[in-house]
Design a protein around this ligand. Structure first.
Ligand code: GDP
Ligand code: MG
Length: 368
């Protein structure tokens, strides 16, 4: 493809070659005046110097494009579940109960890490739970175009019934096209009225299977650990119906579930891998950041060297802290990863600049 030297580009833009070289260094590229630049890099530089480049967005899309998976490359994957429901109906209790029951049954003395997601095993099959309950995480991710949840478990307390956030959860799930399994919780309580809950849910389009509808409802107690296994079985049944599949044999793509800045380890992010397999040493782009996977650990704190579809994994090695809902893309080419991240930073800066200039314009009108 076409190239242009640093010197030529500087001349055309009317800037000093040394200034260009300095910007290139910031981008991680050591260059001399005779260094040839490809179109993408030249575009980047020109944008840095305030030149309007029309095809930036196109370049970005092209870089991120993927080819569709051949049907024979698709392999069965585990379902990803989010627990939703009204405050105090038992979301956290249910998440903890499911996890603890599984850890106890699974491995002795397993110390669990809170990385924003975990998986449990039932009859040799896995289910991944996003353990940031509540609607914020779900809606924040949806707002960013991320689709991570396959199935929603809607928790409704049997002693309280359908409440505002129950309705909200139903609406969110329906809008996202995600099937709902209802967990009628707190059935250990004397004042529990599961039949009334079922009745109320019919008013929101959720009719229990035993009443001739198609919504699975399981009566559970997070506190007394009643029917938890049955609930998980229903999740697996639903997953079978959905025939969830992914191609594990390619570079990974996923979504950030949780991220933070750790004093000792730097940016730490939990990636839910959705397709492909993430490997130690992979380069990646996440939102406006790039990086290299230097270490990975699972929700039990074990070091892992790779993570396939539906596996949540904590990753170290990013250049910054991404946002929950950011798309994670692994790539073999370090330069490309850095370029895309830089392009995105430029775009973000442009958007911010546009906001500021709009603001000053408004302020100007105010004064007139
Ligand atoms: P969240 O706000 O939906 O996360 O609800 P929590 O898990 O924090 O539970 C709210 C309260 O309900 C806590 O006091 C729990 O101990 C209690 N709770 C949760 N599940 C059960 C249950 O199955 N039975 C009883 N009796 N109490 C429960
Ligand atoms: Mg809670």
């Amino acid at each position: 493809s076409e190239t242009i030297t640093v010197g030529e580009l500087a001349k055309r833009m009317g800037v000093k070659a040394n200034d260009l070289i300095r910007v290139l260094m910031k981008m991680g590229l050591m260059a001399t005046i005779n260094h040839p630049l490809d179109v993408d890099t030249a575009t980047l530089l020109a944008t840095e110097f305030g030149y309007e480049i029309e095809n930036v967005a196109v370049d970005l899309d092209e870089m991120m494009e993927t080819t569709p998976d051949a049907p024979e490359s698709l392999v069965k994957r585990s379902p990803v579940v989010t627990i939703m429901g009204h405050v105090d109906h038992g979301k956290t209790s249910l998440l903890d109960a499911i996890r603890e029951a599984n850890v106890i049954a699974g491995e002795a003395g397993g110390i669990t890490q809170h990385i924003g997601a975990y998986d449990v095993e039932l009859n040799g099959r896995k289910i991944t739970f996003l353990d940031t309950p509540g609607h914020e995480a779900f809606t924040a991710m949806r707002a960013r175009g991320a689709k991570v949840t396959d199935i929603v478990i809607l928790v409704v307390a049997a002693d309280d019934g359908v409440m505002p956030q129950t309705r909200e959860a139903i609406n969110h799930s329906k809008a996202a096209g995600v099937p709902i399994i209802v967990a009628i919780n707190k059935i250990d309580k004397p004042e529990a009225k599961p039949e009334r809950v079922k009745q109320e849910l019919t008013e929101h389009g959720l009719v229990s299977e035993e009443w001739g509808g198609d919504t699975t409802m399981v009566e559970v107690s997070a506190k007394k650990r009643l029917n938890l296994e049955e609930l998980l079985e229903m999740v697996l049944l639903q997953a079978d119906v959905m025939d969830l599949k992914a191609n594990p044999d390619k570079e990974a793509r996923g979504t950030i579930v949780e991220a933070k800045l750790d004093k000792g380890r730097g940016p730490v992010a939990t990636v839910l891998v959705q397709e492909g397999t993430l490997k130690l040493g992979d380069y990646c782009v996440v939102g406006i950041h790039s990086g290299r996977v230097r270490a990975m650990q699972n929700d039990r704190g074990d070091k892992v060297v790779e993570a396939g579809p539906a596996m949540p994994v904590e990753v170290i090695g990013l250049s910054g802290v991404p946002d929950a809902g950011d798309i994670f893309v692994a790539m073999k080419d370090e330069k490309q990863a850095k370029e895309i991240a830089t392009l995105r930073q430029i775009k973000q800066r442009e958007v911010e600049l546009a906001k500021h200039s709009k603001l000053s314009l408004e302020q100007l009108y105010e004064k007139i």
